[in-house]
Design a protein around this ligand. Sequence first.
Ligand code: ZN
Length: 459
Amino acid sequence: MTVSEGDSELLQQLRAVLGEAGLRIQPDDVIPDVVMRPQTTEQVSAILRLCSSAGQPVVPLGGKTGLANGHIQTGGEFGLSLERMNAIEEIDVSNRTMTVQAGCILQVAVEAAEEQELLLPLDFGARGSATLGGIAATNAGGNRVIRYGMAREVILGLEVVLADGTVITSMNKMLKNNTGYDIKQWFIGAEGTLGVITRMVLRLRPNPRSENTALLAVDSFAALTGLLRWLDARTAGTLSGFEVMWPEFYEYVTREGSLHKPPLPHGSAYYVLVETLGSEPEADAERFETVLGQAMEEGLVSDAVLTHSQSERNALWEIRDDVLEFFKLGPIIPFDVSVTLDRMEGFVDDIRSGMDAVKDPVCIVFGHLGDTNLHLILGSEDAGAFDYEALSTLLYETVQRHQGSVSAEHGIGISKREQLCRSRSSAELQLMMAMKKTLDPKNILNPNKIFAADALEAG
Ligand code: ZN
């Protein structure tokens, strides 16, 4: 679509609301070619009202760091960026809440909380560019979900603008609030398809004063789940990380000539990065060591490395985070799924036997096991043998057979739209579509995400 200035009544109306700086018309080859940049909720409301009456579709833009293509344009949408609504409006130390505008960058909010000795527990690799609005819209999680939950658990209240411009201000600060439907949850994780989140209230926690990290070797899957229960029950609620690497992951990332020395020898069935965050440095360290020692005596752990400095802790996390390394192996697809712990071993076995049919297979498994979240990297070292469709089908059919979720962290967007029916019943899908049609009857908000437009019409 080409927009020539002056030829559209809608553009003139938008410019009248937003001013020159608030409307960016991009050169022909840049998508989206129109980006609306409001500064206030009132402006968001006014422009959505205008777009709604004109039937103009809109794509809300956050930091564009999601992996399910929830932010891409499918045809003629205007972009809606809240980059100019990025203020931290308040840090309320006594209620331990932060009130922010949706365009605020995660890292800015995390650092502002830290200055008050408080913790905003959402944190992940894209912290320098992900916006809180995008995080809310995709219900992002990150590294400490096992302890603090996903965005859904951190957001206490929010303000959202509906497709027709209606502003719903639901900026709750209270932990307990049972007054009918929990409206905020309709919009968290909805990927911008039901409304545009403009502001939110976040729950802050005390800043942890102790951090204990270890890398453990484990011999069997039963020992792995036993270890998770063991640690959760004996670390006084401080367990904040239980990151599992299957041996193909660990051995490749720490292979000879790689960036990382292996802290534990190769040859174990599983490697687990364990972390606790607490409030009493000495007592926490002592308990951590004791509990790990007991786990070894119980046969849950076969080998262990404890860290004693921040640089040692970083070195362990760098091994776990070195996921880009696998792109060196050949064409690969990263997957993000959930399976319950009782099904997980069988699920991975089924994927592995399915991969036997692939020439020079790549099958790397790792995950946030405490959150039932697995990441799989499937592919082939032989580019000629790489078959995207076959690998996706193997993966998603196996997820469905084990009653798992086709998306754990990154949402549905466009990439997983056709897989949604594997994890949701038709009654669930009908209810979701009914909500979409009620809140956005003209389908102008992030159309074709989660549901294709024709599926919505037919559904
Ligand atoms: Zn992850």
